[in-house]
Design a protein around this ligand. Structure first.
Ligand code: GLA
Length: 732
């Protein structure tokens, strides 16, 4: 059992194979956080807490005249607002009398075999198909000292995966409404230590750049109030020791399984203690919990390793590949696709698509995706969103006819939707303007000249779902791209009373999840790819429904180095939608070799996004061999351990990364020459994940594993700008 409760000291110790987490209900019933980190001896780690009389840090009434006991200083598991802890807190409520001071004390706990799930929300699960992955659940119940209001803290411990999950449920058993103004899913208090906070920031077409800053006094927070997890910041954070590198040092990872507003923060307090919080952003959030009702705060996944950032990523990659992504596509090889978007944009008809599909089939492509522009009146991005009926006039045939012709070529067929979007110039808007998210009497903010539907409303979702099903049922469709092309604003729902308008953002996300759940249940074989103008909703919440997400609208191979590098810290390669596009690149005008575009796209779900009809014979020959190569290396790339070998934002000559089989039997080294210099110095790259005592061959030459890992491989000389190499390393 990974969860041990010592009833004498009321100590909870949670252990995974390599980490440990500990809490203690102390003599006043306050749930203290006593340890998260390296797995050590079974011991009460609360001995580390220094109690002292601290000026201006008050004492709870139950502590009597003990001036050394202060919530302003103590490491706590779920600190609350208003009762003497002046740091950022995990819970702020508003009671019926208008007050907010909340005090929670330990009431009881329950330990269960297996991992909990959460109603209507994504959660890590144990897969049943490959033997049992041990998991246990701990639920600690805290009670409000004033009212019949309870907080259940959920912990999922997955020993072999080295992860611990957290979620929170609040329950109102009083007879009046209680409002939640802030509820965080994770709070970790570190008593001491110098930490760096790693966050992932960006913008449209430049997502998830890494930022590493020391945690200093004050609060450093990142987050989103856009209704999506956003291009700007990602709900994945790392707290590491100052000296942590890819291979060494202690690192904590925190990933939020939520696709809406979030906030992640690190605060260094007056006593040099660090508090890390992660949860729903409070700005657009005020949730009414009615008597006898429950509210669930989304799950967060936590991991610790003392072996550096790469190992931390491996923990998340393994967990997300098999225990977050669901459905047949978790283990079935994903098809190599051709998406028509950058090839033809809105300018196509059925015959044109068939021409593209013909060439694609000859190249070895397996799935043809018709992107935006096939429905309603949609020849530009200014109209038609919401009208999910096939534009047969534009296609020159029915969807079934088109899909049949594509299948006759031996390809699967996929289609684009933006279910949440609506243009004012659409039949749906003309019929139901009140279904769009906008505030009565106020002009809405437009973005890409569109609005969003109020997905918090079941009737709106039902309507859209029905229309999507009609399309999906009308033809053979194996893939669906679920896009969203703007941020939320003008939050308002016509079906909620004024005192519940603060729930709209969260209800929108729950509505999104509800519809995605219905979709994957009704079409279990459908491969759904998430997208939000590229990677604007690239988060672990979406991965529960869509096992891959279009990583970025930037398809430039060199830009992608940094985007995919940043994404790899929290997410596996198998989730990153990545395509070869044409040159000069649409976003940057850069020209890169076709081989390099494939090297980068292969480190993702792999596909093409260009007009294949315009490719030369020679290019087609190269593409054919790229696809063959990708299929040969598929298992290594998708399920192997991914190693970042350099940082493309700081290393100016070469960028390298590697996939190593978990058993160390083979590896694939990928390198891209970012800048070449004639007569330049030699460059070696140290490989990872090999067996030190084994012999490996590279291009017919033999090397011992320890030599490749310690001394490194001498890289070939690049003779062309942006040249890349894929070097296979096989155990003899
Ligand atoms: C978004 C997506 C693109 C494409 C367009 C279509 O920008 O990220 O891949 O689907 O929408 O309008």
């Amino acid at each position: 059992m990974a969860i041990i409760f010592d009833s004498t000291s009321r100590l909870f110790t949670l252990t995974t194979n390599h980490s440990m987490y500990q809490m203690k209900a102390d003599r006043y019933g306050v749930l203290l956080h006593t340890w998260f980190g390296m797995k050590g001896s079974a011991f009460d780690y609360s001995y580390r807490i220094a109690y002292a009389d601290r000026g201006f840090s008050g004492n709870p009434y139950d502590a009597g005249d003990d001036r050394t006991y202060s919530l302003d200083v103590l490491p706590q598991e779920f600190p609350t607002y208003g009762s003497g802890d002046y740091r950022s807190t995990a819970l702020k409520v508003r009671y019926p009398d208008g007050t907010s001071a909340c005090e929670l004390r330990y009431l009881k706990h329950e330990i269960q075999e297996g991992k909990y799930s959460l109603p209507g929300l994504p959660a890590i699960f144990t897969s049943l198909d490959e033997g049992r992955t041990p998991a246990d659940t701990l639920i600690i119940t805290l009670e409000d000292t004033r009212r019949r209001f309870f907080v259940h803290l959920y912990y999922g411990v997955m020993e072999d995966l080295d992860i611990i999950t957290r979620a929170v449920c609040v329950e109102n058993h009083s007879d009046e409404d209680i409002y939640l103004e802030n509820i965080q899913s994770v709070c970790i208090d570190y008593l001491y230590g110098d930490y760096d906070l790693h966050t992932f920031y960006g913008r449209h077409v430049k997502e998830r750049s890494c930022q590493r800053t020391p945690v200093v006094h004050g609060i450093h927070s990142v987050g989103s109030t856009r209704g999506t997890s956003s291009h700007q910041y990602n709900p994945f954070l790392i707290l590491s020791g100052r000296d942590a590198t890819e291979e060494t040092g202690s690192c904590y990872g925190f990933s939020f399984l939520y696709s809406g507003d979030f906030i992640g923060s690190a605060e260094l307090d007056q006593y040099d203690q660090t508090r890390l919080l992660l949860g729903i952003h409070p700005d657009n959030f005020c949730y009414c919990v009615k008597p006898q009702e429950r509210f669930y705060a989304p799950e967060a996944v936590m991991a610790y390793t003392e072996h550096g950032l790469n190992e931390l990523s491996h923990i998340f990659h393994r967990a997300y590949r098999r225990h977050l992504c669901r459905g047949i596509w978790t283990t079935k090889r994903r098809p190599v696709l051709l998406n028509d978007w950058e090839g033809v944009y809105f300018d196509f008809n059925g015959d044109k698509l068939i021409q593209m599909a013909k060439d694609a089939a000859e190249l070895g492509v397996e799935l043809f995706v018709m992107d935006d522009g096939w429905f309603g009146k949609r020849d530009l991005d200014v109209s038609g969103l919401g009208d999910w009926s096939v534009n047969e006039k534009k296609l020159g045939c029915t969807l079934k006819e088109l899909s049949d012709r594509i299948h006759d070529l031996g390809l699967m067929f996929g289609i684009w939707f933006e279910p949440e979007g609506i243009n004012e110039d659409s039949d749906l808007y003309r019929a139901h303007p009140e279904w769009a998210m906008r505030i009565p009497g106020k002009s809405p903010t437009r973005s890409r000249q569109q609005l969003l539907l109020d997905f918090s409303r079941e009737d709106v979702r039902d309507y859209i779902f029905r229309h999507i099903c009609q399309v999906l049922d009308s033809a053979r469709i194996e893939y669906l791209k679920w896009d969203l092309n703007r941020s939320l604003s003008d939050l308002y729902s016509a079906v909620l009373p004024k005192e519940r308008q603060g729930e709209v953002m969260h209800r929108y996300v729950l509505g999104l999840y509800d519809m995605l759940e219905k979709l994957v249940t009704r079409y279990p074989d459908l491969l759904v790819e998430g997208c939000s103008g590229g990677g604007g909703r690239f988060d672990a919440g979406m991965l529960y429904y869509t096992p891959q997400i279009w990583c970025s609208d930037d398809t430039d191979a060199i830009e992608r180095l940094s985007i995919q590098y940043g994404t790899s810290f929290g997410y596996p390669v198998s989730t990153m939608g990545s395509h070869v596009s044409h040159c000069p690149n649409e976003q940057t005008g850069r020209i890169t070799p076709l081989n390099t575009r494939a090297t980068v796209a292969m480190s993702g779900t792999f596909g093409y996004e260009l007009d294949v009809n315009k490719m030369s014979k020679d290019e087609k020959r190269i593409v054919r061999s790229q696809i063959r190569e990708f299929k040969a290396y598929y298992n290594l790339i998708q399920y192997g351990d991914y190693y970042r070998l350099t940082n493309p934002d700081t290393e100016t000559a070469w960028h390298g990364w590697e996939f190593a089989a978990e058993d160390g039997s083979e590896a694939l080294l990928c390198i891209v020459a970012i800048q070449i210099h004639p007569n330049g110095p030699g460059r070696w790259m140290r490989l990872k994940g090999l067996k030190k005592d084994s012999i490996y061959t590279i291009d017919g030459k033999r090397y011992p594993g320890d030599v490749l890992m310690n001394s490194g491989l001498l890289l070939p000389v690049a003779t062309e700008e942006y040249q890349s190499f894929r070097i296979h390393i096989a155990e003899v």
